[in-house]
Design a protein around this ligand. Sequence first.
Ligand SMILES: [Zn+2]
Length: 289
Amino acid sequence: MNAPASPVILCVAITGSVPRKSDNPAVPITVAEQIDSTQAAFEAGAAIVHCHVRTDDGTPTSDPNRFARLMEGIARHCPGMIVQLSTGGRSGAGRERGGMIPLRPDMCSLAVGSNNFPTRVYENPPDLVHWLAGEMTAHGVVPEIECFDLSHLWQAHALWREGRLPTTPAGIDAGRPPYCQFVLGVRNALPADRHVFDSLRAAHRHLFGAQAPWCAAGIGRHQIEVNEWAIAAGGHARTGLEDNVRLDRDRLAPSNASLVLRATRIAGQLGRPVASPSQARAILGLRPA
Ligand SMILES: [Zn+2]
């Protein structure tokens, strides 16, 4: 008898900073739309929601008041769901990027190094990274490390060894390695290439051990294959309209939930159950809901 397959945590990235209604009318922009879209994705099987906020005309912002309203709505409509707020650099500049950390969501994303994006440099200088990590530590917020480059794994490891990362709420398990996400398919950064994926996994295992949980995201048409790779390899998976607005070449995705359902079908085909929010909290060492 084989051991039972480990559950896969599905994260839905509902909005992001880039896609607009003109790309896909299902991209949720207002807080009310975001809450509705999250609820449907939650009911479809997502345990984590990764959130950005926009102004009503669709411009990216880091406005903590919007994040607070979104968190309230998600808590009301999606009991137990893990809320992860973005501190990414497309929504603001400098310390403005961390203005929502005092809201104490379960998690925030944390980019630990710089790289190129399609039309710009994604700037994450060490002093800002240290400040964001310090804010997360002060407020008991667990980071998800965004790896846009192989070197980012080593930068995460250095931060962890230096004790700069609040890997889990204080007192539960101070030695737990950070949760890392490999982001594949961003133009001018890591390609969605199987050798790259395997290299990242090998480096991650080397640095953090075979038991450390990890996740992968594929951008655009690479979303589905990276979902398959991650789920087959025992990792966790991210989907959602932030990364990809299409179901396939011919069809726009009708909702975030449709992309979550697609990921649940892949999990089923590969023999892995989908993690409930409470299972996901246990796997990631987060506080109970
Ligand atoms: Zn994001």
